[in-house]
Design a protein around this ligand. Sequence first.
Ligand code: NAD
Ligand code: UDP
Length: 327
Amino acid sequence: MKVVVTGGGGFLGSHLCEALLRRGDTVWCLDNFSTGKPANVAHLIGDPRFRLGRADVTAAFDVSGPVDAVAHLASPASPPDYHRLPLETLSVGSRGTENALRLAQRHGARFVLASTSEAYGDPAVHPQPEDYWGNVNPVGPRSVYDEAKRYAEALSMAYRRSLDVDVGILRIFNTYGPRMRPHDGRVVSTFVRQALAGHPLTLYGDGSQTRSFCYVDDLVRGIVAMLDSTHSGPVNLGNPSERTVRQLAELVLCLTGSPSRIEHRPLPVDDPTRRCPVITRAREELRWAPVIPLEEGLRNTVAWFAGRCPPPLDGASYRAFQESVEA
Ligand code: NAD
Ligand code: UDP
């Protein structure tokens, strides 16, 4: 297949480009590097099946030759990024998505949208199945991201219904792993960076809010499965193992052996109180389920951030941590 990956120079996009090349696809990676960086895909540049183009997808674009699939990942994704780039986030979710859909339409290609669990806002239904319509504040600070993605979903379904484009929507839950930017402001990258530096871990609110963290390799397997499918979605992709943010902080401290303290900061406006995917649809339609536990994924992530191989796990402190969680 020839696959166009918008946002391919970012965290998820660079792993997706790698996975597609690994199975023999040709990949055209388009990115404006507003939140990604060429270094994320520099190691792929010698591959004759890989092309990298600097492009802002909010302007009309095309690629030469046939295209079999378009994976539309371009968008700022971490809260500090979309707060810093509010108009750009709305623009890439609306105009950028339409340009990517037009590309798919012109080439008769499969189109996969990287939407988000943020489509559910601060959910009143827990855990979240795809037929839950969500609880989003349309004028709050997160709305530039949430509503852009909700519009992108509506636009994608309109292209499917009116123009017969083979559209599939993924709702991606919090994903972590190597190549996250240390200063992207997301909780995993922030806690790991702070723990390794011996700085206090900044826990927002009382830390009782929950998230469900999926390791990047699992997530990318799900995106590839959706590219190969004809399912319209939406399909949730995420790891249903739900943790409080405080538990995450304690696990990072345990895995890094860091002496850092936990310091409380105010909870951001409209921070969702809980989030956990129902993944029955992904299991049934894509034959997909995550297999990498948080502890293992975090060890890989810590090792990547530390720029070294995974240290042997300190059995005693790990067992003590597990017991404290179970208690
Ligand atoms: P990221 O910021 O690392 O990657 C996004 C990429 O899109 C960056 O390389 C950025 O430069 C590029 N981009 C932004 N605007 C662009 C434009 N106008 N034209 C071309 N390129 C542009 O973020 P990520 O975590 O890799 O997220 C990738 C996608 O997955 C996003 O659409 C995001 O909304 C979605 N998603 C991610 C997560 C997660 O936990 N990582 C969760 C839900 C949804
Ligand atoms: N969070 C935190 N400390 C940080 C960064 C984030 O406690 O330094 C919290 C944040 O308030 C949220 C959770 O961690 O409740 C996940 O935040 P992230 O920005 O990673 O993702 P999102 O809020 O988009 O799910």
